[in-house]
Design a protein around this ligand. Structure first.
Ligand code: NAD
Length: 339
Protein backbone atom coordinates (compact mmCIF):
# COMPACT_ATOMS: atom_id res chain seq x y z
CA UNK A 1 0.00 0.00 0.00
CA UNK A 2 1.27 3.44 -0.87
CA UNK A 3 0.93 5.99 1.93
CA UNK A 4 0.20 8.69 -0.66
CA UNK A 5 -1.67 8.93 -3.90
CA UNK A 6 -0.05 7.92 -7.15
CA UNK A 7 -0.45 11.44 -8.55
CA UNK A 8 2.07 12.68 -6.02
CA UNK A 9 4.40 9.82 -6.88
CA UNK A 10 4.30 10.84 -10.53
CA UNK A 11 5.53 14.27 -9.58
CA UNK A 12 8.49 12.76 -7.75
CA UNK A 13 10.70 12.91 -10.81
CA UNK A 14 10.73 14.22 -14.32
CA UNK A 15 7.74 12.58 -16.09
CA UNK A 16 8.66 9.53 -18.12
CA UNK A 17 8.35 9.98 -21.86
CA UNK A 18 6.97 6.62 -23.03
CA UNK A 19 9.13 6.76 -26.20
CA UNK A 20 12.30 7.18 -24.18
CA UNK A 21 14.08 4.17 -22.70
CA UNK A 22 14.30 4.32 -18.91
CA UNK A 23 18.07 3.95 -19.08
CA UNK A 24 18.40 7.20 -20.94
CA UNK A 25 16.43 9.26 -18.41
CA UNK A 26 18.62 11.72 -16.61
CA UNK A 27 17.56 12.29 -13.03
CA UNK A 28 18.47 14.76 -10.33
CA UNK A 29 20.26 12.58 -7.87
CA UNK A 30 21.94 13.43 -4.57
CA UNK A 31 24.72 11.30 -3.05
CA UNK A 32 25.87 11.68 0.56
CA UNK A 33 28.94 9.75 1.74
CA UNK A 34 31.74 9.48 -0.83
CA UNK A 35 34.02 6.96 0.85
CA UNK A 36 35.26 3.60 -0.39
CA UNK A 37 31.80 2.62 -1.63
CA UNK A 38 30.07 5.93 -2.32
CA UNK A 39 32.85 7.38 -4.46
CA UNK A 40 32.62 4.66 -7.14
CA UNK A 41 28.83 4.52 -7.10
CA UNK A 42 28.40 8.30 -7.38
CA UNK A 43 30.93 8.35 -10.20
CA UNK A 44 28.94 5.70 -12.07
CA UNK A 45 25.81 7.83 -11.72
CA UNK A 46 27.68 10.74 -13.29
CA UNK A 47 28.94 8.48 -16.09
CA UNK A 48 25.37 7.29 -16.72
CA UNK A 49 24.38 10.90 -17.42
CA UNK A 50 22.49 11.70 -14.22
CA UNK A 51 22.63 15.17 -12.74
CA UNK A 52 24.49 14.33 -9.55
CA UNK A 53 24.88 16.55 -6.49
CA UNK A 54 27.21 15.31 -3.75
CA UNK A 55 27.93 15.97 -0.11
CA UNK A 56 30.58 14.59 2.25
CA UNK A 57 32.38 15.93 5.31
CA UNK A 58 35.63 15.40 3.42
CA UNK A 59 36.40 18.19 0.95
CA UNK A 60 38.85 15.93 -0.82
CA UNK A 61 36.14 13.31 -1.43
CA UNK A 62 33.84 16.05 -2.79
CA UNK A 63 36.55 17.48 -5.05
CA UNK A 64 37.13 14.11 -6.75
CA UNK A 65 33.46 13.90 -7.71
CA UNK A 66 33.19 17.55 -8.72
CA UNK A 67 36.13 17.14 -11.10
CA UNK A 68 34.23 14.22 -12.66
CA UNK A 69 31.16 16.37 -13.32
CA UNK A 70 29.09 16.34 -10.11
CA UNK A 71 27.90 19.49 -8.30
CA UNK A 72 28.86 20.10 -4.70
CA UNK A 73 26.16 20.84 -2.12
CA UNK A 74 27.00 23.02 0.87
CA UNK A 75 25.00 20.87 3.30
CA UNK A 76 22.74 17.83 3.58
CA UNK A 77 19.72 20.14 3.51
CA UNK A 78 20.97 22.00 0.43
CA UNK A 79 21.44 18.67 -1.37
CA UNK A 80 18.05 17.29 -0.35
CA UNK A 81 16.23 20.37 -1.62
CA UNK A 82 17.84 20.20 -5.05
CA UNK A 83 17.22 16.57 -6.07
CA UNK A 84 14.45 14.00 -6.58
CA UNK A 85 16.34 11.02 -5.29
CA UNK A 86 18.92 10.76 -2.48
CA UNK A 87 21.47 8.00 -1.83
CA UNK A 88 23.43 7.66 1.40
CA UNK A 89 26.58 5.52 1.93
CA UNK A 90 27.60 6.27 5.50
CA UNK A 91 29.70 4.26 7.96
CA UNK A 92 26.93 3.03 10.28
CA UNK A 93 23.85 3.78 12.42
CA UNK A 94 25.17 6.89 14.27
CA UNK A 95 26.10 8.66 11.03
CA UNK A 96 22.90 7.55 9.28
CA UNK A 97 20.80 8.79 12.20
CA UNK A 98 22.62 12.14 12.22
CA UNK A 99 22.44 12.70 8.46
CA UNK A 100 18.87 11.49 7.99
CA UNK A 101 17.05 12.34 11.23
CA UNK A 102 19.38 14.92 12.83
CA UNK A 103 19.17 18.69 12.80
CA UNK A 104 19.38 20.02 9.25
CA UNK A 105 19.17 16.44 8.00
CA UNK A 106 17.33 14.81 5.12
CA UNK A 107 14.02 14.39 6.97
CA UNK A 108 13.81 18.07 7.84
CA UNK A 109 14.31 19.06 4.21
CA UNK A 110 12.57 16.31 2.28
CA UNK A 111 9.24 16.99 0.62
CA UNK A 112 6.34 14.94 -0.64
CA UNK A 113 7.26 12.30 -3.21
CA UNK A 114 11.03 12.42 -2.70
CA UNK A 115 12.88 9.16 -2.20
CA UNK A 116 15.87 8.04 -0.14
CA UNK A 117 17.71 4.80 -0.87
CA UNK A 118 19.79 4.16 2.24
CA UNK A 119 22.77 2.11 1.02
CA UNK A 120 24.75 1.92 4.27
CA UNK A 121 24.97 -1.26 6.31
CA UNK A 122 22.93 -0.06 9.24
CA UNK A 123 20.34 -1.34 11.74
CA UNK A 124 16.88 -2.64 10.91
CA UNK A 125 15.40 -0.71 13.80
CA UNK A 126 16.75 2.56 12.39
CA UNK A 127 15.51 1.69 8.89
CA UNK A 128 11.97 1.17 10.26
CA UNK A 129 12.14 4.43 12.20
CA UNK A 130 13.31 6.43 9.17
CA UNK A 131 10.69 4.78 6.97
CA UNK A 132 7.91 5.76 9.41
CA UNK A 133 9.14 9.34 9.72
CA UNK A 134 9.34 9.68 5.92
CA UNK A 135 5.86 8.20 5.54
CA UNK A 136 4.47 11.02 7.68
CA UNK A 137 5.81 13.49 5.11
CA UNK A 138 4.61 11.35 2.18
CA UNK A 139 8.21 10.70 1.22
CA UNK A 140 9.81 7.29 0.75
CA UNK A 141 12.76 5.49 2.24
CA UNK A 142 14.02 2.08 1.16
CA UNK A 143 16.85 0.23 2.88
CA UNK A 144 19.25 -0.92 0.16
CA UNK A 145 22.57 -2.16 1.52
CA UNK A 146 25.11 -3.28 -1.05
CA UNK A 147 27.52 -6.13 -1.57
CA UNK A 148 30.58 -6.04 -3.80
CA UNK A 149 33.25 -4.01 -2.01
CA UNK A 150 35.01 -0.92 -3.36
CA UNK A 151 36.08 -2.80 -6.52
CA UNK A 152 32.45 -3.68 -7.26
CA UNK A 153 31.35 -0.12 -6.50
CA UNK A 154 33.79 1.03 -9.14
CA UNK A 155 33.12 -1.63 -11.79
CA UNK A 156 29.36 -1.95 -11.21
CA UNK A 157 29.63 -5.64 -10.27
CA UNK A 158 27.44 -5.20 -7.25
CA UNK A 159 24.26 -6.36 -5.54
CA UNK A 160 21.68 -4.18 -3.82
CA UNK A 161 19.33 -5.90 -1.37
CA UNK A 162 16.35 -3.59 -1.21
CA UNK A 163 13.58 -3.53 1.36
CA UNK A 164 10.52 -1.32 1.05
CA UNK A 165 7.89 -0.22 -1.37
CA UNK A 166 8.02 -2.41 -4.48
CA UNK A 167 6.54 0.26 -6.76
CA UNK A 168 9.24 2.72 -5.77
CA UNK A 169 11.92 0.07 -6.32
CA UNK A 170 10.56 -0.66 -9.80
CA UNK A 171 10.38 3.01 -10.61
CA UNK A 172 14.04 3.65 -9.80
CA UNK A 173 15.61 0.28 -10.57
CA UNK A 174 17.33 1.64 -13.68
CA UNK A 175 19.08 4.28 -11.58
CA UNK A 176 20.28 1.51 -9.26
CA UNK A 177 21.48 -0.40 -12.32
CA UNK A 178 23.66 2.55 -13.28
CA UNK A 179 25.61 1.77 -10.08
CA UNK A 180 25.35 -2.00 -9.73
CA UNK A 181 24.18 -4.79 -12.02
CA UNK A 182 22.27 -6.83 -9.44
CA UNK A 183 19.52 -4.82 -7.70
CA UNK A 184 17.08 -7.18 -5.94
CA UNK A 185 13.88 -6.31 -4.09
CA UNK A 186 13.76 -8.71 -1.14
CA UNK A 187 10.67 -7.68 0.85
CA UNK A 188 9.18 -4.96 3.06
CA UNK A 189 11.16 -2.20 4.72
CA UNK A 190 14.08 -3.59 6.77
CA UNK A 191 14.41 -6.74 4.63
CA UNK A 192 17.43 -5.46 2.74
CA UNK A 193 19.24 -4.87 6.02
CA UNK A 194 18.33 -8.32 7.31
CA UNK A 195 19.74 -9.98 4.17
CA UNK A 196 22.90 -7.89 4.32
CA UNK A 197 23.52 -8.59 8.01
CA UNK A 198 22.91 -12.32 7.56
CA UNK A 199 25.23 -12.33 4.53
CA UNK A 200 28.06 -10.75 6.48
CA UNK A 201 27.40 -12.86 9.58
CA UNK A 202 27.44 -16.09 7.57
CA UNK A 203 30.75 -15.11 6.01
CA UNK A 204 32.29 -14.46 9.41
CA UNK A 205 30.93 -17.72 10.88
CA UNK A 206 32.47 -19.61 7.95
CA UNK A 207 35.79 -17.91 8.61
CA UNK A 208 35.65 -18.88 12.29
CA UNK A 209 34.84 -22.46 11.29
CA UNK A 210 37.75 -22.51 8.86
CA UNK A 211 40.13 -21.19 11.51
CA UNK A 212 39.16 -24.28 13.53
CA UNK A 213 39.46 -26.74 10.69
CA UNK A 214 42.75 -25.30 9.40
CA UNK A 215 44.23 -25.19 12.90
CA UNK A 216 43.50 -28.86 13.58
CA UNK A 217 44.68 -30.03 10.15
CA UNK A 218 47.90 -28.00 10.21
CA UNK A 219 48.70 -29.08 13.77
CA UNK A 220 48.11 -32.67 12.63
CA UNK A 221 50.78 -32.12 9.95
CA UNK A 222 49.05 -31.12 6.70
CA UNK A 223 50.60 -28.26 4.76
CA UNK A 224 48.13 -25.31 4.71
CA UNK A 225 48.48 -24.65 0.99
CA UNK A 226 48.03 -28.35 0.20
CA UNK A 227 44.98 -28.35 2.47
CA UNK A 228 43.42 -25.32 0.80
CA UNK A 229 44.08 -26.74 -2.65
CA UNK A 230 42.80 -30.20 -1.70
CA UNK A 231 39.61 -28.80 -0.14
CA UNK A 232 38.81 -27.22 -3.48
CA UNK A 233 38.12 -30.75 -4.75
CA UNK A 234 35.51 -31.55 -2.10
CA UNK A 235 32.06 -30.36 -1.16
CA UNK A 236 33.25 -26.99 0.16
CA UNK A 237 35.24 -26.24 -2.95
CA UNK A 238 32.80 -27.47 -5.56
CA UNK A 239 29.95 -25.12 -4.93
CA UNK A 240 28.52 -22.42 -2.78
CA UNK A 241 27.56 -23.50 0.73
CA UNK A 242 24.06 -22.41 -0.31
CA UNK A 243 23.96 -25.48 -2.56
CA UNK A 244 24.09 -27.64 0.57
CA UNK A 245 20.66 -26.32 1.55
CA UNK A 246 18.63 -27.02 -1.56
CA UNK A 247 18.09 -30.80 -1.46
CA UNK A 248 16.96 -31.21 2.15
CA UNK A 249 16.97 -28.18 4.45
CA UNK A 250 14.93 -25.71 2.37
CA UNK A 251 12.18 -28.12 1.28
CA UNK A 252 12.37 -29.96 4.68
CA UNK A 253 12.89 -33.33 2.96
CA UNK A 254 15.24 -35.52 4.97
CA UNK A 255 14.13 -38.89 3.65
CA UNK A 256 15.71 -40.68 1.83
CA UNK A 257 19.05 -39.37 3.09
CA UNK A 258 21.75 -38.12 0.71
CA UNK A 259 24.17 -38.44 3.64
CA UNK A 260 22.77 -40.06 6.77
CA UNK A 261 23.07 -38.33 10.13
CA UNK A 262 24.74 -41.34 11.79
CA UNK A 263 27.55 -41.23 9.18
CA UNK A 264 28.00 -37.46 9.41
CA UNK A 265 27.99 -37.72 13.22
CA UNK A 266 30.76 -40.32 13.04
CA UNK A 267 32.88 -37.96 10.91
CA UNK A 268 32.43 -34.93 13.14
CA UNK A 269 33.13 -37.12 16.16
CA UNK A 270 36.39 -38.34 14.57
CA UNK A 271 37.44 -34.82 13.58
CA UNK A 272 36.82 -33.39 17.05
CA UNK A 273 38.60 -36.41 18.55
CA UNK A 274 41.63 -35.40 16.48
CA UNK A 275 41.36 -31.93 18.01
CA UNK A 276 41.24 -33.40 21.52
CA UNK A 277 44.27 -35.62 20.80
CA UNK A 278 46.28 -32.65 19.52
CA UNK A 279 45.15 -30.13 22.12
CA UNK A 280 43.28 -27.97 19.62
CA UNK A 281 40.18 -26.28 21.03
CA UNK A 282 37.29 -26.60 18.54
CA UNK A 283 34.40 -24.59 19.86
CA UNK A 284 32.15 -24.52 16.79
CA UNK A 285 32.91 -28.13 15.93
CA UNK A 286 31.99 -29.39 19.39
CA UNK A 287 28.81 -27.35 19.35
CA UNK A 288 27.99 -28.94 16.00
CA UNK A 289 28.72 -32.39 17.41
CA UNK A 290 26.41 -31.72 20.36
CA UNK A 291 23.62 -30.68 17.99
CA UNK A 292 24.09 -33.81 15.90
CA UNK A 293 24.21 -36.00 19.02
CA UNK A 294 20.94 -34.47 20.20
CA UNK A 295 19.30 -35.30 16.87
CA UNK A 296 20.70 -38.84 17.06
CA UNK A 297 19.19 -39.13 20.53
CA UNK A 298 15.83 -38.31 19.00
CA UNK A 299 16.19 -41.37 16.77
CA UNK A 300 16.96 -39.45 13.56
CA UNK A 301 20.20 -41.27 12.62
CA UNK A 302 18.80 -42.72 9.39
CA UNK A 303 17.55 -39.35 8.15
CA UNK A 304 19.64 -36.96 6.10
CA UNK A 305 22.26 -35.31 8.32
CA UNK A 306 20.83 -31.83 7.72
CA UNK A 307 17.87 -32.75 9.89
CA UNK A 308 19.79 -31.61 12.96
CA UNK A 309 19.54 -28.03 11.63
CA UNK A 310 15.88 -28.21 12.57
CA UNK A 311 16.81 -28.15 16.26
CA UNK A 312 17.85 -24.53 15.81
CA UNK A 313 14.65 -23.73 13.90
CA UNK A 314 12.62 -25.21 16.77
CA UNK A 315 14.48 -23.08 19.32
CA UNK A 316 13.89 -20.00 17.17
CA UNK A 317 10.21 -20.85 16.85
CA UNK A 318 10.24 -20.93 13.06
CA UNK A 319 9.70 -23.59 10.45
CA UNK A 320 11.13 -23.67 6.95
CA UNK A 321 9.60 -25.75 4.15
CA UNK A 322 9.79 -23.96 0.83
CA UNK A 323 7.78 -25.01 -2.21
CA UNK A 324 10.06 -27.38 -4.19
CA UNK A 325 8.73 -26.07 -7.51
CA UNK A 326 9.45 -22.46 -6.57
CA UNK A 327 12.91 -23.55 -5.38
CA UNK A 328 13.61 -25.34 -8.67
CA UNK A 329 12.56 -22.19 -10.56
CA UNK A 330 14.99 -20.07 -8.54
CA UNK A 331 17.77 -22.65 -9.01
CA UNK A 332 17.27 -22.46 -12.76
CA UNK A 333 17.93 -18.70 -12.78
CA UNK A 334 21.36 -17.17 -12.36
CA UNK A 335 21.85 -15.29 -9.05
CA UNK A 336 21.42 -11.80 -10.49
CA UNK A 337 18.21 -12.63 -12.36
CA UNK A 338 14.68 -12.20 -11.04
CA UNK A 339 12.92 -15.58 -10.83
P1 NAD B 1 33.84 4.97 4.37
O1 NAD B 1 34.16 5.24 5.79
O2 NAD B 1 34.97 4.76 3.41
O3 NAD B 1 32.96 6.18 3.79
C1 NAD B 1 31.99 6.86 4.52
C2 NAD B 1 31.93 8.29 4.03
O4 NAD B 1 30.90 8.96 4.74
C3 NAD B 1 33.22 9.06 4.28
O5 NAD B 1 33.66 9.69 3.09
C4 NAD B 1 32.83 10.09 5.35
O6 NAD B 1 33.52 11.31 5.24
C5 NAD B 1 31.35 10.25 5.05
N1 NAD B 1 30.59 10.77 6.18
C6 NAD B 1 30.60 10.34 7.46
N2 NAD B 1 29.77 11.07 8.22
C7 NAD B 1 29.20 11.97 7.38
C8 NAD B 1 28.28 13.03 7.57
N3 NAD B 1 27.76 13.31 8.76
N4 NAD B 1 27.93 13.78 6.49
C9 NAD B 1 28.47 13.52 5.27
N5 NAD B 1 29.36 12.55 5.04
C10 NAD B 1 29.74 11.79 6.09
O7 NAD B 1 32.86 3.74 4.35
P2 NAD B 1 32.60 2.75 3.12
O8 NAD B 1 33.61 1.65 3.12
O9 NAD B 1 32.37 3.54 1.89
O10 NAD B 1 31.22 2.07 3.59
C11 NAD B 1 30.00 2.77 3.51
C12 NAD B 1 28.90 1.80 3.96
O11 NAD B 1 28.85 0.67 3.07
C13 NAD B 1 29.13 1.23 5.36
O12 NAD B 1 27.90 1.13 6.02
C14 NAD B 1 29.75 -0.14 5.10
O13 NAD B 1 29.50 -1.05 6.16
C15 NAD B 1 29.04 -0.53 3.81
N6 NAD B 1 29.79 -1.46 2.96
C16 NAD B 1 31.15 -1.35 2.85
C17 NAD B 1 31.84 -2.26 2.04
C18 NAD B 1 33.34 -2.15 1.89
O14 NAD B 1 33.94 -3.14 1.45
N7 NAD B 1 33.95 -1.01 2.20
C19 NAD B 1 31.14 -3.25 1.33
C20 NAD B 1 29.76 -3.30 1.42
C21 NAD B 1 29.09 -2.40 2.26
Amino acid sequence: MLPMDVGVLKRAARPINRNESRESISMKVGYIGLGHMGRGMALNLVKAGHEVTVFDLSEEAMAALVSAGASAASSVGDLTKSVDLVFTSLPGPPQVEAVVLGEGGILENITEGQVLFELSTSSRELALRIHDAFGKKNAYMLDAPVSGGPAGAQSGDMAFWVGGDREIFDRYVEVLKAMGDKPRHVGPIGSGTIVKLVNNLTGQIFLTAMAETFSVAVKAGVDPLELWDALRLGVIGKGSALNMLTGQFLPARFDPPAFALNLAHKDVNLATQLGRELGVPMRLANLTLAEMTEALGKGLGEKDCRIYLQLQLERAGVSIAVDPEELAKRQATSPGQDA
